[in-house]
Write a protein that binds this ligand. Sequence first.
Ligand SMILES: [Zn+2]
Length: 305
Amino acid sequence: MARVLTIQGEVDPKDLGVTYTHEHLICFPPPVVMREDADFELPRVDKAVEELALFYQAGGRCLVEGTAIDYGRDVKALIEISRQTPVHIVFTTGFNKGRFYPDWVIQASVDELRDLMIREIEEGAEGTGARPGVLKCGSWYNVITPQEEKVTRAVARAHKATGAPIWVHTEAGTMALEQLDILEQEGADLSKVTIGHCDRNADLWLHRKIAARGAFVGYDGPSKVKYYPDSVRVELIKGMLEAGYGKQLLISGDMGRRSYLTAYGGGPGFRYILEKFIPRLRDEGLTQEEIDQIWIHNPARWLAF
Ligand SMILES: [Zn+2]
């Protein structure tokens, strides 16, 4: 029986409901991030619970916490958050991109990293018994470093051993096909892989190529007008639907800054997609069936294993 692994245990994929597939609730980023911009740190359990309440009121029912081990994941805090919200939380094992790796990751072999991730999925993370439901790897801007390739191979092997889905960080949407090549070489099932941040590289040809390989195309930039307006994302979504790839789209907000979250006094927060972006998609011609596909059925299919 396929199931989704939430932090509170196994859930039937049919029971997930509206899901955001890449967000952050709590994280303590490494010094290399904090020196540049402390806005990325999300230190408060109460603020996460408050933001989740807004998400739930707007219709949200499940959220994937994308904070990897090397980005300052806090499993105990996540458990505390999950006890104070009706929202299903799926959390992550694995690693982000090379510049965040601590020394022990750099020193570790592929199979040592594989074993660590398998252990977390089978037995629980950080001695808690809470099991992550998603694997993560990543690469850099137009480069996959040898260390990142090692982690990608380890993630593919942990996926093969457990069946867990994979989320791939791309830097500004680059190196997506090359990451798929590595995962494929390792024998990963690409229908369980999501390439994240694809909309940072607003190149429909590329997104169709990713989908043609069987993977999910992840957009996580709605509201981030500093990159470009949402009109560009709407056109990408329509282009993917026209090409018949509506079943391979996952759209989330990646609100990984205090200044993005309503609970911290920022905006637009977790409500944005449900209360502004989806109504806009309806206004621009998307059907309810297409919207349910993107936010209910696709996440359930990706997360189930
Ligand atoms: Zn993120």
